[in-house]
Design a protein around this ligand. Sequence first.
Ligand code: ARG
Length: 554
Amino acid sequence: MTITEWLKEGFEKAFPGVELPEIKAVPATDPKFGDYQCNDALEIAKKAGFRNPREAAQKVVECLSSEYKAEIAGPGFLNITITPEWLGSALDSLDSDSNCGIEQLGAGKKVIIDYSSPNAAKQMHIGHIRSTVIGNAIDRIYRALGYSVIADNHLGDWGTQFGILIKGYRECLTQEERDNLAVATLEKCYVESSSRAKTDEAWKTACREELVKLQHGDPDDVELWKKFIDISINEFNRMYSKLGVKFDTWRGESFYRDMMAPVVARLVEMGLAEESDGALVVRFEEEGLPLAIVRKSDGGFNYTTSDVACVESRIKDYDPAEIIYVTDDRQILHFKQFFIICSKMGMKAKLVHVPFGLMSYQGKAISTREGNLIKLDDLLAEATRRAYEIVKERGGDEKLAEEIGFGAVKYADLSHDPATAIDFNWDKALALEGNSGPYLQYAHARVCSLMDKAGNPDVSAFRYSIASPSEKLLALQLLKFGGTVRKAAENYKPSLLADYLFQTAQLYSSFYQQNPILKSEPEVRDARLKLCALFGRVLAKGLDLLGIAAPVRI
Ligand code: ARG
């Protein structure tokens, strides 16, 4: 139980039926007032009918369980002290918890997380890091909370671009390029074919004809399309395996292609969609949102239709309690609209959009047109190169360089609140110092080397003895790990966990500076080593939840 929960329980017992303010425990300003302080008895005294607020505080103290200790001070403050015994036993239970203090809130609950979801036939660039890395951290965090997670890559594998691609493949590529087809080649032929379509009417018509043929199942076009998708998935998987990202399913937009017509028919039946200029639209007057087209005037369906069909299909196949989507914030309206449609159609899952700020480069949106497209592959290679420069002096290899370089890239993203936009900057993305992934990895490696020096003792035989203020701060912080993971999940913000880990590493560092370990008396030394080991375990677990490796040596 946290101190706030403990206090709240006491207040509720002391003042049944009284409307309580938010009960808060703030760190004490001076250690002689204990560890925490709560001023809420003062505020509530009058409401609860006490003339003297000290009496109200007294009532609370009588109702508090014995978990922590509270004393009344001044006009009715509560000073809360955490005893070394309490800390020791709290740390013991953290030690014996195989989930590292993470409550299994998700046990028996299913969640689908739709993330990364790039468009096929295009190379991944730095703009794709965010959905991939944030989505994967949320995925890992939910799994740690005991949820049964289905990571679903909703590939953009259907739509007008395939008519353009098929035409381009047949006409813009050499035989050699066709024989050695790669995503980069597809991208090139797409650019060429689509720019021809802009000036050449006949070309444009031909592209559209290929699209219609594909949609009607023409075997040659379908075979080509499949080839494009396979090549794309292969290429994406090459990135994902570097990044330690794995999907449970790859149901792209095409998976839902035959489900869209029936969904739209039902929308019409339910009176939710109506005709407008030859198209079918859903209006959101009550919600104050612009209308959404669900069938275009040419009879084709769109992104909205496909996402509604997708929710229905996911509920039918998986029956998830929640579906979480991680995309950039340009899609906020799209998600609002189709979530409303799903709920009006009676679909029961909780739908959540986690929008992240767009990544720009030198103040400009990342796009082929701007010519500022940095490929994800190149970013990862540069990250590895920079890390290698540093680790090679200490005998580190390529693998270690990747762990550190990728850790830097991931952390640079995850340490921001997802909602903030990021202007990509090589030095920041690859930072090896300060509030960075490598700083945390280094802190972890240092604990491991300390344990090595101590002869890797079995710390489970040792006893905690939290004596000095910096030890106490570190111990309290470690106890907050589970709660932080939960908060990160509830708010869909891995950044909360990143912040926590950075603070924890800083507290460890002051503890380490202020408390000699190996040179202390055996009993003190053992107690401190035990705390160090726990710090190492929490840090490694936290990094793992962010998808960042925790090498034992750097
Ligand atoms: N392919 C889309 C994009 O590149 C993201 C898809 C997100 N998922 C979804 N169900 N709409 O922006």
